[in-house]
Each structure stands twice: as structure tokens, then as C-alpha cells.
Design a protein around this ligand. Sequence first.
Ligand SMILES: [Zn+2]
Length: 254
Amino acid sequence: MAANHSVYALMVGMSENWWRAGIMPCLRSDLERDKPVAYIFWLIEGPNGAVVVDTGYHPDYVAPEWAQGKNFIEPPKLLAERGVRADEVKTVIVTHFHQDHFTGMDYFPNANFVMQRAELEFWTGPLMRHEVFDKQIRPKVRPALERLKQEGRIELIDGDFELYPGLELLKAGGHTPGSQMIALQTAAGKAVLCGDIAYTYKNIRDHHPVGWYYNLGDTVVALDRALATATRPDLAFPNHDAEVMQGKRVVRVV
Ligand SMILES: [Zn+2]
């Protein structure tokens, strides 16, 4: 039987509200405009030590106006609260490439980054000649990816993948072409980290997709799958709901 994991949410920063964050809204479920936006990455503690989900963001990689005013705390400082050194983390799972999830790669100099091939190929592929896509990836990210590739620190997967017994990556697509979710065994049952398949608990509760998507059908199917996979609906965790944090910067969620 697979060993259980503990899961911690760590908040790198926060926006005043969804409306001003400018990443919103085009579907009704996103209209919680006045609620704050939490920028969360995750620490999983389990039988294989610490696994980190997403990197948080790095001020050098995101737009200056975007990085400021969000009570930014560097991801390594947050991890240190759990006694984890970022430079000792060996595995970082990348849910997708958006700047709030995957610009903190330099904080993890000894980690391998596990990502869907479809995500890497999209953000480095021919569609990037279109500004509407290209402007969604920060200028320094592609050179950083190239460096990681040369260092052999990118692990590409195609579809669902068992990292080890008790921790599985679920290819979702939808939000971005290679978005993935994480399903893992905990003492409370199976939990799912939804990535940006769900921004808020409302997305999950109302079974209504987020308004930012590459493929709406895949987004809806992924939301279905998150709920079908989690032992209970409250074990499916959204990636930007301030309620996850319970007023803290680092909190154990399960
Ligand atoms: Zn996000």
C-alpha cells in the first residue's frame, strides 16, 4: 500500500482582487471580483522526501508592475518554514508554464522539472509567432528552459504518469495545452492539486470552469476528473483561492 503524504500550501504573493489582477474574467464563475487572489505553490512531504509543485514566481522574470504590490516572499523563505532547503529539492512538478507558476526555476538549482511534453512544445513551438500566445510567456523563460534542457534537468512526460506509488500526475490540458494535476494518497484519502484547472473553490463547488482556457472542453473534463479522483470534494484544491491559506503564508491543507 502506498504511503501517505502531507500537503502544504505556500503563498508567494497576493493580489488585491481578481478584477485588478487582470487575469480574469470571462466566465460567470470567475466573477468573485472582489476576493483576493493568492499565488500558491505546494510542498508535498511523503515517502520520497520533499516534492514541490510549481516554483512560485521570480521578480526578475515577471513584469515589474506584476511582481510588486503582492506582498512577495521568496519561495525558499517559505519552504524554510517547513525546514526544507530549496537547493536540496530534487523534484519540481510543473502544472503549467504561466508566470505565476513557473518563473521561479532558479530557486531550485538542483531540481529536475517534471512537465508534460505538450506544455513545453506549445510554449516553444510555432504558435509562438502569434503575439496573443507569445506575450503570455515572459521573455526570460525560454532561455531558462534552454539552459535547463542542456543541463538535463527537464523530465518530459506524455499523459498520465505515476511518479512513484501514491503520487500520480494527471494530464489535463484545457487551461494550457499541457496543464497537469497531481493526485496523491493522504491519510484523509486521495487528494488532488488542480493547478489552474480550478482557481477557486467556487470553480470546484459549482463545477464551472475557469475563464482562462486554451480548450474549454478539456477544462470541463479535467474538472470532472479532479472531482471523480478526489475521495471527497474538499480534497480537490484550487490554486488561487485565498481561503486555502487560512490567513497564513504556509499552511498544511491535508
Ligand atoms: Zn495561475
